[in-house]
Design a protein around this ligand. Structure first.
Ligand code: S3P
Length: 453
């Protein structure tokens, strides 16, 4: 495909942590596979690190976030090698054979790694200290520290144990019943992972179904899990290594779905995308917005245990604004920045409420989206728990300029997609784009591969 000059250019590093420049895209077509699922990649390493023997993970996401989990398990004494960036081989002595690390575990930007590893380390027989980057050190940790403490964990840290750095003195744990009021899969998974090595069963109940990768993957490693409606119970289990394949990340595919939907005369296929129903809520939202060109072709049966995946085909579609039902939010929690980009190009207003969790993600995403949309000339109202976006229609008269991603990968990629709809001659500079590699290494290259100017 003729890609010169490229629509999306990127400078990496430097005082502003990288920049992207995007200008109008003429056409979008092709067939691509986005990198592996971030949530499943973290969990594959964690379960493989806790399991005795060998685990082989293919389709692994070699992003900055997942490599933090990988290096944490190396520090805990697990032998890990990568035959290529997306194939990982772990050889572990199992949970009871893990060793006290020599130094502090640094989880960088990764909320998932830090929260899930709290649950793992709470029941260990040694001492660990964990920290993270400027963003992660501001994010709430009490949501895992409190329930883990009620299981017997000994955890202290900044802000009276509510933020990183955290010091964890491994201690024997006992199973609990826990209600997951934050509707957080990270919190649920942290408690379930702690429950693997606790005395007696551990039950987590949730008000709505959050992503269920931990529950689906555990049985592959011999973990004992029972599920009954919105209650998940783990029983103390000794895990054994296995082989598993990580499908493409639906949350990464979402940027390309939107690019295809918003660009006239597009035809794009996304291959081997994870279709776990707890992750694909955006398809339901887009359907309600009258996206008539999305075709999902599952490649394995949508059963409860394994991770379903398949291809998604997308073409241009005129969208209509909707009120997103608040109960849909947990299943689109990572897709709201790209949903905002779609809403900006829809006819009518899109309202997103019940999403206050967005304020404590990698950035305050409600603020970040509202500020960026203002620069682009999209009318937007900010609420404590969401946004209302007045769409400019399928040929939006957007304005060029400079937006700040707040060092948030998903805001950066969403603005790159929206910037591709700028009028001819305009361009958008996005600041803070080095963080795109926390979830989507190679985003710029893949973007330029499917677009024509
Ligand atoms: C994740 C759960 C979600 C999501 C995050 C990954 C996971 O966070 O936003 O990107 O892998 O469990 P919460 O569970 O805190 O909402």
């Amino acid at each position: 495909m003729n890609n010169t000059p490229e629509s999306l250019t990127e400078t990496r590093g430097g005082p502003d942590a990288g920049r992207m420049r995007i200008r109008r895209v003429g056409r979008v077509h092709g067939s691509v596979r986005v990198p592996g699922d971030k949530s499943i990649s973290h969990r594959s390493l964690i379960l493989g690190g806790l399991a005795s023997g060998q685990t082989v993970v293919t389709g692994f996401l070699p992003s900055d976030d997942c490599l933090r989990t990988l290096s944490a398990f190396s520090s805990l004494g697990v032998q890990i090698s990568q035959t290529d960036p997306s194939s990982v081989h772990l050889d572990s002595p199992g949970f009871t054979g893990l060793a006290e690390p020599d130094s502090i575990l640094d989880f960088g930007n990764s909320g998932t790694a830090s929260r899930l590893m709290c649950g793992v380390l709470a029941g260990s027989s040694f001492f660990t200290v964990m920290t993270g980057d400027d963003s992660l050190r501001k994010r709430p940790m009490k949501r895992v520290v409190e329930p883990l403490s009620s299981m017997g964990a000994k955890i202290d840290g900044a802000g009276a144990g509510s933020r990183l750095p955290l010091a964890i003195r491994g201690n024997p744990l006992k199973g609990i019943y826990f209600f997951n009021a934050h509707k957080s899969a990270q919190v649920k998974s942290s408690i379930l992972l702690a429950g693997l090595n606790a005395e007696g069963p551990t039950t987590v109940e949730e008000p709505v179904q959050t992503r269920d990768h931990t529950e689906r993957l555990l049985p592959l490693f011999g973990g004992k899990v029972t599920r009954e409606n919105l209650r998940t119970t783990v029983h103390p289990s000794r895990l054994t290594g296995t082989r598993l394949h990580v499908p493409g990340d639906f949350s990464s595919a979402a940027f390309f779905l939107a690019l295809g939907l918003l660009t006239p005369s597009s035809s794009l296929t996304l291959e081997d995308v994870g279709l776990n129903p707890t992750r694909t809520g955006l398809l339901r939202v887009l359907d309600a917005m009258k996206a008539r060109t999305l075709r999902v072709i599952p490649s394995n049966p949508l059963t409860g245990e394994s991770e379903p995946c398949g291809n998604i085909h997308v073409g241009f579609s005129e969208l209509e604004g909707i009120d997103v039902p608040p109960e849909w939010i947990p299943n689109i929690i990572d897709e709201i920045p790209i949903l905002a980009a779609c809403a900006a190009c829809a006819r009518g207003t899109t309202t997103i409420r019940g999403a206050s969790e967005l304020r404590v993600k990698e950035s305050d995403r409600i603020r970040g989206i509202a500020l960026a949309l203002q620069v682009l000339g999209v009318p937007c109202e900010e609420f404590p728990d969401g946004l209302s976006i007045k769409g400019l229609g399928p040929e939006p008269r957007l304005k060029g300029g400079t937006v700040d991603s707040l060092n948030d990968h998903r805001i950066a990629m969403a603005m790159a997609v929206l910037g591709s709809r700028l009028p001819e001659g305009e361009s958008l500079i996005i600041r803070g784009t080095d963080f795109v590699s926390t979830s989507f290494p190679g985003f710029t290259e893949l973007f330029n591969q499917v677009v024509e100017c």
